[in-house]
Ligand binder design. Structure first.
Ligand code: HEC
Length: 173
């Protein structure tokens, strides 16, 4: 009897574990349903091909709004601009682009002429910063610099807000 009891217990335990695994899988699938969100289509600055980006990283109200509209809600927001400036320094943008994005060894970022015309828009600049270029600008998106390093979408929007704070255009035109 003892043996049977134990095997019933084991079977119950196994069933419970399997159920737990399954429900884990299901909640994962539910999170993936995020792909239903209305999102703009990103393309790389390298070759204009679709840019893969995990939509779950758009995890703040501003980032979600950007994902839906392509407009950067942080433009003109003093707090966000300050945060963007910190990241502009932290990620060495300053070393190549100058303290105000006026240009140094890298090109100026405040316009009016951009190497890549798309950088006049915030969607275009987001793509350039996230995925880099073929001509000396490395990808700065989270996971692309190193597995656990890089700017999150919300950070990129703040950096752009900082850059635009010195420019004549907002990029949301
Ligand atoms: C090691 C130097 C270096 C660093 C660091 C760097 N960049 Fe660049 N960046 C460049 C160069 C060089 C180019 C020109 C690339 C090309 O012509 O393809 C460039 C291009 C760009 C452009 C496109 C400009 C245009 O005229 O179209 C943007 C926007 C930009 N960088 C933003 C940033 C931001 C924001 C950071 C920090 C997160 C950063 N870069 C860090 C060197 C750098």
């Amino acid at each position: 009897m003892g043996v049977i009891m134990r095997s019933i217990l084991l079977t119950t335990l196994l069933a419970a574990m399997l159920a737990a695994c399954n429900s884990g899988g299901q909640s994962g699938a539910a999170a993936d349903a995020g792909s239903d969100i209305k999102a703009i289509q990103f393309v790389t600055t390298q070759d204009g091909q679709p840019m893969e980006i995990d939509l779950k990283m758009f995890d703040t109200p501003a980032a979600k709004e950007f994902l839906a509209t392509g407009k950067n809600p942080y433009i003109g927001n003093e707090e966000a601009i300050k945060e963007g400036k910190k990241r502009f320094n932290l990620f060495s943008c300053v070393a190549c682009h100058g303290g105000h994005g006026e240009g140094a060894v890298g090109p100026g970022l405040i316009g009016e002429n951009f190497r890549y015309a798309k950088n006049a828009t915030n969607k275009g600049m987001f793509e350039t910063i996230w995925h880099g270029t073929n001509g000396g600008m490395g990808a700065k998106g989270f996971g692309l610099m190193a597995p656990d390093d890089g700017l999150k979408p919300d950070d990129v929007l703040k950096v752009i807000a900082f850059i635009r704070s010195h420019a004549k255009i907002t990029g949301n035109e």
